[in-house]
Structures are given as structure tokens and as C-alpha cells.
Design a protein around this ligand. Structure first.
Ligand code: GLN
Length: 238
């Protein structure tokens, strides 16, 4: 982003990929940008529209199996998200959106469906649905506090060598191997709803910092209370 332009947050396919309040991720990014005096706008791109390449941060949410398959097909044909990532945009994708960033994911019968190949990973269908609260300790390099969220997915995700896990799981299932989420360059995927950025504002600031440069601190007392409440509810005594 240039100093004079507005930060563009692109919400991809709200008609197909938006469960458990994932839209809150767009609101949080917009709000936390404005708290720093940055102008920001959220652009909604429906599945019959081309994905603009001029965005700064792209968001995708969760979805049921069929909408997820349709979204993957349309995004592959469109190519806009690939071009934006090549140009340096950041991405946060949740659950179905996360799975479809990989090389493949499982359809409603467990058959492989091609994904976007933006993260070196593949997902399949697990034996059991993972439903409930999730807590993870974030990989050191990202410098973030513990992640808190809610997960609801059947998929399990296997990382390749190019991606790093976002966190190690303290509670919940995540990728299914003791880790949660993945990141590669400025592309981040996670199983966390909640919405993720409402519960984890430091993750929002990481994305904002990647595209807008260093950010001043903001008063997060209210958010800290929400985090505290969630973390002590699920990890008593931690
Ligand atoms: N359909 C995917 C799964 O069940 C994603 C679900 C979701 O986005 N909540 O794994």
C-alpha cells in the first residue's frame, strides 16, 4: 500500500465462504487499521465476480463441503488471488478457505479436489469431526500470544516442507497432527473461527504490519478481557 491510498481488505466469496461470524475478521482489520489513522475499506467479492488484484489483505472464511468445492473451482479459474499473492498481498483463510489454499482437499465423499496450491499442504477427510474450542501456542518467529478460537471441521491437513505450522495445539484438534494452521510468506491459514481476529488481535496486527509497515500499539483492554475469559473457560488453572 502507498501512504496516500486506502488499505484494501478483500473478503472473497461471502456468498460461499462465511461461517461462524468469519466476516468479523474483515471488520477487525478495518477497525484496527483505522485506530492507527490508516484509511481502510472492505471490498466484498461475490463468487460471480472477478477477484481484484489490487487488494492488500485477502480473507476467506469457512464453508460447507459443496460451497467449498465451488469456491475452489471459481478461484482456480479466476487466477486473481494468485496474482495478488505474487504481488505481495497478505492472505488469511479460515477452515474451508484454509483447506482450499493447499494442493488438494477432500470433497463430501473424501475424494480429492484440486485446491489453489498457494500453501504447500493437502487436506483430506478425517474419521471424526473436530468440534469445540481450540488453543494453540504460536510458532516463535511470528511473536504472537496463544491463539484462541472455535473449530468445526472434518478435514485433516498434512503440511509439506515449504509451510510452517502456525501453532502447536494445547487444546483441540487443528491440523490433526498436534499442530494448527500453516503459513508461508504472507499467506496464513487456520482452522480458527471465533472469529479468529476478534479473539486474536495480534494476528490481525501481524497481517496489517506486513502490508502497512510498523504499527503503534493500541489499547486492547476489552479484547484482553475476552481472551482471558475464553482461555480460562477452556483451560482452567492455566
Ligand atoms: N468442509 C470443511 C470440513 O468439514 C470445512 C468446514 C468449515 O469450514 N467449517 O473440513
Amino acid at each position: 500500500m502507498t501512504q496516500t491510498s486506502s488499505l484494501r481488505i478483500v473478503w472473497i466469496y461471502p456468498d460461499l465462504l462465511s461461517t461462524y461470524g468469519d466476516r468479523g475478521n474483515a471488520l477487525v482489520l478495518e477497525h484496527r487499521a483505522r485506530l492507527r489513522g490508516l484509511s481502510a475499506e472492505v471490498v466484498h467479492v461475490h463468487s460471480d465476480e472477478p477477484v481484484p488484484t489490487s487488494g492488500d489483505i485477502y480473507l476467506m472464511g469457512g464453508g460447507e463441503d459443496r460451497p467449498q468445492m465451488l469456491a475452489a473451482e471459481r478461484l482456480r479459474a479466476d487466477g486473481g488471488l494468485h496474482r495478488a499473492v505474487d504481488a505481495g498481498a497478505a492472505v488469511l483463510a479460515v477452515c474451508a478457505g484454509y483447506q482450499l489454499l493447499g494442493a488438494e482437499f477432500g470433497d463430501d465423499q473424501g475424494r480429492p479436489v484440486p485446491g489453489l496450491g498457494l500453501l504447500d499442504m493437502r487436506s483430506g477427510r478425517g474419521e471424526r469431526r473436530a468440534v469445540g474450542e481450540i488453543v494453540g501456542d504460536v510458532e516463535g518467529e511470528l511473536g504472537l500470544p496463544s491463539l484462541t478460537g472455535f473449530e468445526n471441521h472434518q478435514g485433516v491437513t498434512h503440511r509439506g516442507s515449504e509451510v510452517r505450522p502456525l501453532a502447536s495445539v494445547r487444546l483441540g484438534v487443528g491440523n490433526g497432527d498436534g499442530t494448527e494452521g500453516a503459513w508461508q510468506g504472507r499467506v496464513v491459514g487456520s482452522y480458527l473461527h471465533g472469529p479468529a481476529l476478534v479473539r486474536n488481535p495480534a494476528l490481525a496486527d501481524l497481517l496489517l504490519g506486513w502490508v502497512a509497515g510498523p504499527l503503534p500499539e493500541v489499547d486492547d483492554e476489552l479484547v484482553e478481557r475476552l481472551r482471558e475469559e475464553r482461555l480460562t473457560a477452556v483451560l482452567p488453572g492455566a
